[in-house]
Ligand binder design. Structure first.
Ligand code: MG
Length: 203
């Protein structure tokens, strides 16, 4: 399986990092070794002193497809969950300055913790799903799909031009504002609507 991730998909987050608003989705990949499941702890890597949390809604692909028409994109995902796109911001900054790819800053071991998934049918309006992240019991990030620059269907159609989507692939759909540094000992709890689907510690 593969993990496809979308960057710069919420305006307030683009502003906090002083990035440019994209005209097309910003896409990168993570390998399956980035996954952390079952609330396993995240071991803070030694190569970075500034690992940021980015809470994101995650779509699970239910059937193979490529060159998907946005009109039919909804038929290709049936579950939604929540995850963290951990980012070594210090390494990413160096990569950006040199115009180099981001993988070492975004796709390292354990950089994609995911929680439980739920049928997307549980949420009556896909364009109005709220989610949030608490760190040590304090609200750090709050998002809602009504604020997405590129909708789920547009993202799916766009990425499927380049990568055949396969059953079980995951799409991280972008983070809202409020990203910040994590430290050893932190506890991260992520919610879709009011349901906690992810809960783990940084070790
Ligand atoms: Mg992200």
């Amino acid at each position: 399986m593969k993990i496809i991730a979308i960057g710069r998909n919420y305006a307030a987050h683009i502003e906090e990092l002083q990035n440019e608003k994209p005209t097309e989705p910003v896409v990168f990949l993570k390998p399956d070794t980035a996954l952390l499941k079952n609330n396993e702890p995240f071991y803070h890597p030694e190569f970075s002193e500034n690992i940021h949390h980015e809470v994101e809604l995650v779509l699970k692909i239910k059937k193979e497809g490529k060159y998907i028409d946005p009109k039919f994109a909804r038929n290709y995902y049936n579950e939604i969950g929540i995850g963290i796109d951990f980012t070594a911001r210090d390494l990413q900054q160096k990569c950006k300055e040199k115009g180099l790819p981001w993988e070492i800053a975004k796709a390292f071991n354990g950089s994609a913790p995911i929680g439980e998934f739920r049928p997307i049918a549980n949420y009556p309006d896909v364009a109005n799903i709220s989610f949030h992240l608490d760190v040590n019991g304090e609200r750090r990030q709050t998002g809602n799909t009504s604020l997405l620059l590129f909708s789920f269907d547009v993202i799916l159609a766009y990425v499927s031009q380049f990568f055949t989507l396969k059953t079980g692939d995951l799409i991280f759909t972008g983070t809202p504002a409020g990203v910040g540094k994590v430290a050893i000992g932190d506890r991260l709890e992520a919610y879709v609507e009011q349901e906690k689907l992810l809960d783990f510690e940084v070790k």
